[in-house]
Design a binder for this molecule. Structure first.
Ligand SMILES: [Zn+2]
Ligand SMILES: [Zn+2]
Length: 573
């Protein structure tokens, strides 16, 4: 098995290898090797190896989860063999109280259910990590660092880490303090959807957690990440239905908040008590809002009181002239109240009306008493600044509005070709003169484009108002992406972002103010809470998705079952 993991062999290859070994052994030793396993299934049974994950069967319609072992049992004992979903969506409605979903979950004995949701309890994964040498020492690393008043270097310099308490009593002890540096963990969660297969539309969602106590350079390494769940495709689960998948994770987080005992750790052979809190959700905006129960980013902001304007048949976030009226942090207590009220609505329509008025749905994460549904959701700088604003300014403003003509783009490309950049920066795709070049830029390529190429290559082609936008934006990027963030410079970045939005609103119209432009106004709040953007941005998790994407792609072509792929991913962590 170790050999298989080390060389990343597919199960089919390992099976052939086992079969071959059995033939050789039988040739040498004869009948005594009759019982040697010739399949992975038998090898696992004989060696007593078990998968480390639980499997749930989600209802394909409402996504309610059923324990797979229970389902197998029912299937075996039930003569009819058909299992239907018994979920009641509106238990408090007089007319719908008895109306259950009734979608068929499994038809006959032996037939595998369509979807599987694999899940490894967080405490089980932590137990494995705590067995490793040096893990506890690395968890304590943050408590020995030097602190400065005017700079932010990591998540520990943010207000959340510094002020988070053991209970909701403000006089209670700080949760993150040196004495418990290796037993009180701060978790950061990421949910991302990715399409593993080219040419077919198939989305798989992965929920990871990083342990913030670990030093930044190893925090996001594959071996230190916890994989909390793998949401089955082919489509992204919609809106509040995602709660069914989050519920088992929240059950675990509730346990970890009250504290669990690990039987043995590397440093404590007699066991150790640990606690953990989820202090940060770092996803792209649609995913973050979905798991936390906020309405779409097109309609209103999740951090402040700003609501979108509906003009010319589309939403926009213009209206910088009365910023003081809406740039006010939302109240998390009110959010919780509204989420509970949404949950008690007794029909789809009443829930719909409620969401359009209040902008809030129920999220299972609200079961965590300490969870702040406003401050703990960061605006991801990678999506906001690079995939959002950089692309928007270049493509939808300068190119679409004719500021940069095809001829300008050609000259810009010629200029860019003259750049000699260090090889480790990565190449920027060419062909921008045909308008194709920018289409597939990744967030990182947009960052490199604006921080290295843009000023020199665009300057002579831009009128003065756009030169101002460019100058402000390049400066904002260089301040915000630095690994050590000066608090004073952070304020400068915020002021410049306001200027960019005002310039775009005045010169290109209110319709050009997108949710991302608005959300950039919250980047500095996020840094204040969680340190430099580098400490919490999604870049780190995206690398992980690249690895998983490759595994899925590879296994798709070996025609293995989804459950085999899942087994490979979970048993490799
Ligand atoms: Zn159902
Ligand atoms: Zn806002």
């Amino acid at each position: 098995m170790t050999f298989r993991k080390k060389f990343n062999l597919p199960e089919t290859a390992t099976e052939s290898q086992l079969k071959f070994m059995k033939i050789v052994l039988k040739e040498i030793g004869g009948d005594i090797y009759d019982s040697f396993p010739d399949s992975l299934y038998l090898a696992r049974i004989q060696l007593g190896l078990k998968d480390r994950f639980h499997s749930f069967v989600p209802c394909p319609k409402c996504h309610k989860l059923y324990n797979k072992t229970d389902m197998d049992e029912i299937q075996k004992n039930d003569s009819i063999g058909i299992i239907r979903c018994s979920h009641v969506e509106f238990p408090n409605s007089a007319s719908r109280r008895t109306k259950s979903c009734q979608t068929v979950l499994a038809e006959r004995e032996g037939k595998k259910p369509e979807l599987i949701y694999p899940f490894v309890p967080i405490h089980q994964q932590l137990e494995v990590l705590y067995h490793r040498p040096h893990f506890e020492r690395l968890l304590r690393h943050w408590s020995n660092r030097r602190q400065f008043d005017n700079i932010l270097t990591d998540i520990y310099d943010g207000q959340i880490w510094k002020t988070f308490r053991e209970t909701d009593d403000e006089n209670s002890a700080k949760f993150f303090r040196p004495e418990v540096a290796d037993s009180h963990l701060g978790l950061m969660i990421n949910l991302d959807w990715f399409q593993p297969y080219d040419g077919t539309f198939y989305s798989i969602g992965v929920i990871y957690a990083a342990i913030c106590n670990l030093p930044r350079d190893i925090r996001f390494k594959r071996e230190n990440l916890l994989v909390l769940g793998l949401l089955p495709g082919p489509n992204e689960v919609s809106l509040h239905k995602i709660n069914h998948y989050i519920a088992p994770i929240v059950n675990e987080l509730e346990l970890l908040w009250s504290g669990i005992t690990l039987n043995r750790t590397f440093e404590c052979q007699n066991g150790k008590n640990i606690r953990a809190a989820l202090v940060l959700i770092s996803c792209d905006i649609p995913a973050a809002r979905k798991i936390c129960g906020h309405i779409s980013a097109l309609v209103s902001c999740h951090r402040c009181m700003k609501r979108a304007n509906y003009e010319d048949h589309q939403h926009n976030f213009a209206g910088m002239e009365d910023m003081e009226n809406w740039f006010i942090t939302r109240d998390s207590t009110e959010h919780r109240r509204n989420a509970l009220a949404w949950r008690s609505c007794n029909s789809t329509n009443s829930r719909k009306n409620f969401v359009s008025e209040k902008g809030v749905r129920w999220s299972e994460l609200l079961r965590l008493p300490y969870f702040d549904p406003i401050r703990f959701i960061i605006v991801d700088p990678m999506h906001c600044l690079f995939l959002g604003i950089a692309r928007w300014i270049m493509k939808r403003i300068w190119i679409d509005e004719g500021v940069l003509t095809p001829n300008d783009l050609k000259k810009i490309q010629e200029k860019m070709n003259q750049f000699k950049v260090p090889a480790d920066l990565g190449r920027i795709p060419g062909n921008i003169e045909r308008g194709e070049g920018f289409s597939n830029y990744t967030a990182d390529q947009w960052r490199i484009f604006f921080m290295i190429y843009a000023t020199t290559s665009l300057w002579e082609h831009l009128p003065s108002k756009d030169r101002k936008i460019l100058t402000h934006f390049v400066r904002v990027c260089s301040i915000l992406v630095s690994r050590i963030l000066e608090i004073e410079l952070m304020e400068e970045a915020h002021e410049r972002l306001i200027k960019i939005i005002k310039l775009i609103e005045v010169h290109y119209g209110r319709v050009k103010i997108t949710p991302n432009l608005h959300l950039s106004l919250h980047l500095c709040d996020c840094s204040n809470d969680f340190g430099p953007l580098y400490a919490f941005w999604c870049f780190s998790f995206e690398r992980m998705n690249g690895i998983l994407g490759k595994i899925f792609f590879f296994y798709f072509f070996t025609f293995l079952l989804y459950s085999d792929i899942v087994s490979l991913i979970f048993n490799n962590f």
